[in-house]
Design a protein around this ligand. Structure first.
Ligand SMILES: CC(C)(COP(=O)(O)OP(=O)(O)OC[C@H]1O[C@@H](n2cnc3c(N)ncnc32)[C@H](O)[C@@H]1OP(=O)(O)O)[C@@H](O)C(=O)NCCC(=O)NCCS
Length: 283
């Protein structure tokens, strides 16, 4: 009997459409690798500038290239592959494309969780039963999103962060590396939970909290980007390229200053170390 005529059981191979990464930095490398490992064919990345960092996929040009790419690859999907501010703007700017949801094969996602379009779930992350993840959110490597957690659109749960059952995370908030949030706590939109913090009380929108237990610090308005999302080094770079006319660059308005314009950033630590009654109330 020729090899082709054996009675081996047919294998099911899931065929996914091809994928374009929006962004060409470190996070794009991570997203692209997870995508390939879960069966996507990564066509390349779009970014305003040719990436300095060598990626395994070609640079396809800036956003303007998307027009011809769309005609050539009508089935292709996109994912925002940079973290932080500017993501909501990019999603608004890039219309007519279907957004891919990329889940690393080493992530665990409960069949009872709901994940919106454009979400990235990294390796070793857990999204438990009843969790709802909003569009374009990032559940990064090893993050634990316990049962019934709600995550708003564009929020970022950084590597190793742990969200207890029933936690709510607002739109564009950042839960920093290794931070823990007690069950049923509410984190407001565009809030920042600093890396390593332990959050035991609700956090107001736009507030930054640090430490164990986490205390609010003087809000550095410029910690938020133009879409209210927190700024990271990489996204600040992306935003500079994508949004050259943002107010922070051209005479900032109150609430939109650059981080470097905030004279009292060091106030952060002072207030963490000596939290006063007002801080406790605001938490
Ligand atoms: C909270 C945070 C946003 C502050 O960033 P920043 O505004 O750039 O502040 P700086 O790094 O300049 O630090 C300012 C001061 O706060 C202190 N600080 C910063 N982060 C802190 C934290 N998480 N806990 C306690 N203190 C912190 C710094 O030591 C510094 O103190 P100093 O002035 O005495 O030197 C940032 O530290 C953070 O936690 N980011 C999250 C990172 C993350 O999770 N990235 C995801 C990668 S995938």
């Amino acid at each position: 009997m020729p090899p082709s005529a054996t009675s081996a059981p047919a294998r099911t191979v899931s065929v996914r459409p091809s994928l374009i990464l929006v962004g060409a930095g470190e996070h794009a490398h991570v997203v692209g690798e997870s995508a390939e490992m879960s069966g996507w064919t990564v066509l390349g990345c779009v970014d305003p500038q040719r990436p300095a960092r060598r990626l395994p996929w070609p640079w396809l040009g800036d956003d303007a290239a998307l027009g011809s790419l769309r005609r050539k690859h009508p089935q292709t999907q996109l994912i925002l592959a940079f973290a932080g501010a500017g993501r909501a703007q990019a999603a608004q700017r890039i219309l007519d494309w279907e957004w891919a949801t990329v889940i690393d094969p080493a992530a665990v996602v409960s069949p009872g969780a709901r994940i919106a379009a454009g979400v990235f779930v990294g390796p070793l992350a857990l999204v438990h039963v009843g969790a709802r993840i909003g569009a374009h959110a990032i559940i990064n490597s090893g993050a634990i999103v316990e049962h019934d957690v709600r995550i708003g659109a564009f929020a970022h749960v950084a590597p190793g962060a742990v969200l207890g059952g029933g936690v709510t995370v607002g739109k564009s908030a950042l839960i920093g590396l290794g931070a823990s949030v007690r069950d049923h706590i509410r984190i407001g939109a565009s809030a920042i939970v600093g890396l390593g913090a332990a959050v035991v009380g609700n956090v107001k929108a736009g507030t930054t909290v640090l430490g164990v237990p986490a205390r609010p610090v003087k809000v550095a308005p410029a910690s938020a980007g133009t879409d209210g999302g927190p700024r990271h080094t990489e996204c600040a770079e992306y935003e500079r390229k994508h949004c050259p006319s943002r107010p922070a660059e051209a005479g900032a308005t109150e609430g939109e200053r650059k981080v470097s314009d905030v004279s009292d950033v060091s106030d952060i630590v002072a207030r963490v170390q000596t939290p006063n009654r007002k801080n406790r109330k605001e938490r």
